[in-house]
Design a protein around this ligand. Sequence first.
Ligand SMILES: NC(=O)c1ccc[n+]([C@@H]2O[C@H](COP(=O)([O-])OP(=O)(O)OC[C@H]3O[C@@H](n4cnc5c(N)ncnc54)[C@H](OP(=O)(O)O)[C@@H]3O)[C@@H](O)[C@H]2O)c1
Length: 272
Amino acid sequence: MSDLPKSLVLVGAGKMGGAMLEGWLALGLDARGVAVFDPYASPGIETLCAARGARLNPPRETVAPPEVLALAIKPQGLDAAAPEIAGFVGPKTLVVSIMAGKTVANIRARLPAKAVVRAMPNTPAAVGRGVTGAFPDAGVSPRQRAMADALLRAIGGVEWVADEALIDAVTAVSGSGPAYVFYMVECMAAAGVAAGLPDDIALRLARATVEGSGELLHRDAGTPAGQLRVNVTSPGGTTAAALGVLMAKDGLAPLMERAVAAAKRRAGELSG
Ligand SMILES: NC(=O)c1ccc[n+]([C@@H]2O[C@H](COP(=O)([O-])OP(=O)(O)OC[C@H]3O[C@@H](n4cnc5c(N)ncnc54)[C@H](OP(=O)(O)O)[C@@H]3O)[C@@H](O)[C@H]2O)c1
């Protein structure tokens, strides 16, 4: 893919960084231009780097500033890592950060970066089905934005936002969202038990229902979720009876709005 950078340094190859690296190499990123830094890289990352020819923890002085420096360490590790990685930031280096809560200003305060993309992926990235909200600061060129887009698409979809403050809302919807869906499975299973089902059967039914519905959403991407819902709701039927409760004035919509607002507020508090 032509939008992929020719050189890239990845700092932090844990769950998210590792998933991204795997996705990039599968997409055709030239491993000869890749250097990965992680002091405790997993055996999986060691094997991947060795098999594809990417450099893992090479001497820093042998690494020239790349086109893209991807930061996938924990946010609390940035202060310690910054002096070690500042040398990787050249005048043309795009910094792509997925560190939760670290603003463009935080990154610029610690690294001599001229162009920063701040991105917030989510955990389904581990299976290539994540979705990332991304913000390009004013220094990001169209070519750099295309590179970031190509890199982030390796782990799923990408939505660009024009205002950095919206990253908190992205965090509240899609960043934290997988947990909401997992909790819905728990609630559906508990409701199934209350309706008389054995625990294990209720759990399997709830889980498979969410898995299958997610897959339908995925395969039928052109159909709005509301239409998919209508398609399976016969007037006066059982689904309509349940939706009457879920869609009541005090039903799921206001509850979800409060939950997302709480997550957004917390994301703002944790930024810095
Ligand atoms: N997981 C998610 O769902 C998710 C979603 C959105 C955003 N994020 C963000 O993604 C980032 C990474 O999260 P994660 O879940 O992938 O964390 P993780 O699995 O802990 O990965 C971070 C990796 O970076 C390594 N590391 C720490 N300091 C380093 C340094 N100075 N140089 C090189 N490597 C270093 C860590 O090594 P050690 O283990 O030795 O410290 C670890 O292997 C975080 O900032 C998080 O906020 C994660």
